[in-house]
Write a protein that binds this ligand. Structure first.
Ligand SMILES: *Cc1c(COP(=O)(O)O)cnc(C)c1O
Length: 251
């Protein structure tokens, strides 16, 4: 039995309480109501028994970055609200919409159109956010701050689509404050899209374990927190990103 890593962690309920306290404190600093922010517990690579313990401890929203991995875990956690936080290819849309209530990171028009088509057909209607490559990194998915305008414009004509906001993953940086200007830029981009297209884009998915407090202060409505809740993942293989096509269960 491998006890080395798990025994070093406090019980999940304690870790959840600690993250909750930090979110509440960030809300208080920013004069926001705690109910404006949803904690998405990122359970990717975590085995189903760990995920169901998290749900029993009170975590209600789970984020996964691979469709097949989430579909494999979902039967064990029937009460959870599943969010897809990783990239979605258009050939996986039908599967994705069978589980996820919310899709955080759409990065192509083709995928947007596929979501609209399948939504109209099945009535699934997930909430959808567009990923924006805020720092123009060659290795990252996402629309540029310029091309995202075309995507929002196109979405206005897509009947089955519920576009609700934007998402970003800032460049990795050791100090959390480095992300703050990126979070602010995403909020300002959202504000300008709302003005220019007369649409409501209330959701901002931004902030991870290393920087979620600043994200909350800058207006995040979803924070995607993995390591701070679940401890270290089995391998540091998701960054740079694993292939979204790989269906292997563990990294
Ligand atoms: C893995 C992942 C996270 C969580 O990262 P942590 O640093 O472990 O909190 C958040 N967002 C996305 C898109 C991810 O893939």
């Amino acid at each position: 039995m491998d006890e080395t890593e798990q025994t070093a962690l406090p019980p999940f309920a304690d870790r959840l309480a600690a993250v909750e306290d930090r979110i509440a404190a960030a809300c208080a600093r920013a004069g926001r109501d705690r109910s404006e922010v949803t904690l998405v517990g990122v359970s990717k690579t975590q085995p189903p028994e760990v995920v169901s313990e998290a749900v029993r401890a009170g975590l209600s929203t789970l984020g996964e970055n691979r469709v097949q991995e989430a579909l494999a875990k979902a039967p064990l956690c029937p009460s959870a609200d599943w969010h897809l936080i990783g990239p979605l290819q258009k050939n996986k849309v039908r599967h994705a919409l069978s589980l996820f209530s919310t899709i955080h990171a759409v990065d192509s028009l083709a995928t947007l159109e596929a979501i609209a088509r399948v939504s109209e057909e099945t009535g699934a209607r997930p909430d959808v956010m567009l990923e924006v490559n805020v720092a123009d990194e060659a290795t990252k998915h996402g629309f540029s701050p310029v091309s995202v305008r075309d995507a929002v414009r196109a979405s206005l004509d897509l009947g089955g689509l519920r576009l609700v906001g934007l998402m970003c993953i800032p460049p990795w940086a050791p100090e959390p404050e480095a992300s703050r200007p990126r979070f602010r830029a995403l909020r300002e981009l959202r504000d300008s899209l709302e003005r220019d297209f007369s649409v409501a884009l209330p959701q901002l998915s931004m902030g991870m374990s290393g920087d979620f407090e600043g994200a909350v202060e800058e207006g995040a409505t979803f924070v995607r927190v993995g390591t701070a809740l679940f401890g270290r993942r089995n391998a540091a293989a998701w960054w740079p990103e694993r292939s979204p096509d790989s269906d292997s269960y563990f990294v």
